[in-house]
Design a protein around this ligand. Structure first.
Ligand SMILES: [Zn+2]
Length: 326
């Protein structure tokens, strides 16, 4: 089996979900008092890697108490039903806006098949298994989970998705940020710099909410940020300003390409790639420009789609009369 796990501090292990490739999406395993919490699930294809990681730590599926996808996008949550079938003691903790979609996943599945097509969908995610309502804990903003004496605090963080929360772990002074704090692939870093950029994928991207959510995370003064894509980083002045500047530039690019609507997403995608490669060139990451381009392809494509949908929402808002209908 390919390299799967990296041990971090404070009982936290990063499992590679092997989503499309290595180093793209992660699952965090927290071990405390011999019990396990999983943050993120990867896809149905990631289950084998979770089981291998449990075995390596001499733990069993019965030791898993909580399974916590940060939001219901399928690179984060598609494995949830499969893992719950194997981890019989576990409960799922989820954002109030995400629960319904995991109990009845038909709509979520149909929506994703509409984007990717059936064949690619199966290859990427497998199939979704519905989750029994009885096994779900809803975590609203401020909710605190007592994981065997290790408190985990949930923070509502819209901006990437309306069903997204982040999880603050006081023990490590770290935040599990899902997609709210952007993406920083290790392949594009060097020993001094992270290369970080936002995820603006469909359908809820909202730049103002995203910047506010990033502020909320930073107000906790965390030492560590645990990114799903990919791994642990330390928040610094440099990478935080890189991330926030990048959100603002993405918005500028989208607005510049607002008209004509035809082929808009494609034009945005091209500009995002140009901008990111230019930034990458400046940070001098370890990969070649060609490799960086290959790695950023999928994100540029999805980010452009998300920006296109955001522009549509914005136009709708501008065109509707500003009279309250209360
Ligand atoms: Zn993601």
């Amino acid at each position: 089996m390919k390299k799967t796990i990296t041990h971090l501090s404070d009982g936290i292990t990063l499992i590679d979900a092997h989503y499309t490739d290595q180093g793209i999406a992660g699952i965090y395993m927290l071990v405390h008092a011999s019990k396990v919490t999983l943050i993120e699930t990867g896809t149905s294809h990631s289950v084998a890697y979770v089981l291998a990681a449990l075995e390596e730590l001499k733990l069993t599926p019965d030791d898993v108490e909580y399974i916590i996808p940060t939001h219901i996008h399928l690179d984060h949550a598609a494995g949830a039903g499969h893992l719950l079938d194997l981890c019989l003691q576990a409960q799922l903790v989820i954002h109030p806006r995400g629960a319904g979609h995991l109990i009845n996943p038909e709509k979520l599945e149909a929506g994703t098949i509409a984007v990717y097509g059936e064949e690619k969908y199966r290859k990427l995610y497998g199939a979704l298994k519905p989750i029994n309502e009885q096994r779900i804990i809803i975590a609203k903003d401020g909710f605190e989970l007592d994981f065997n004496g290790r408190k985990l605090r949930f923070i509502d963080t819209p901006g990437h998705a309306l069903h997204h929360f982040c999880i603050y772990d006081p023990l490590s002074n770290g935040v599990f940020t899902g997609d709210t704090f952007g993406i920083a692939y290790k392949q594009l870093a060097n020993s001094n710099n992270d290369f970080i950029f936002p995820s603006t994928t469909p359908v809820h991207f909202d730049p103002d909410a995203l910047l506010e959510s990033i502020d909320k995370i930073l107000s906790l003064q965390p030492k560590y940020i645990y990114l799903t894509h990919f791994g642990m980083i330390k928040p610094t002045k440099k990478n935080v300003s890189q991330l926030t500047q990048c959100i603002k530039t993405f918005v500028t690019i989208a607005k510049e390409e607002k008209n004509p609507i035809e082929d808009r997403a494609k034009r945005i995608e091209e500009k995002l790639m140009l901008y990111l490669l230019e930034q990458y060139h400046k940070t001098q990451g370890n990969a070649s420009l060609e490799e960086a381009k290959k790695l950023l392809q999928m994100d540029c494509h999805l980010n452009a789609q998300g920006l296109d949908i955001w522009l549509k929402r914005l136009a709708k808002k501008e065109n509707s009369p500003a009279i309250s209908t209360v």
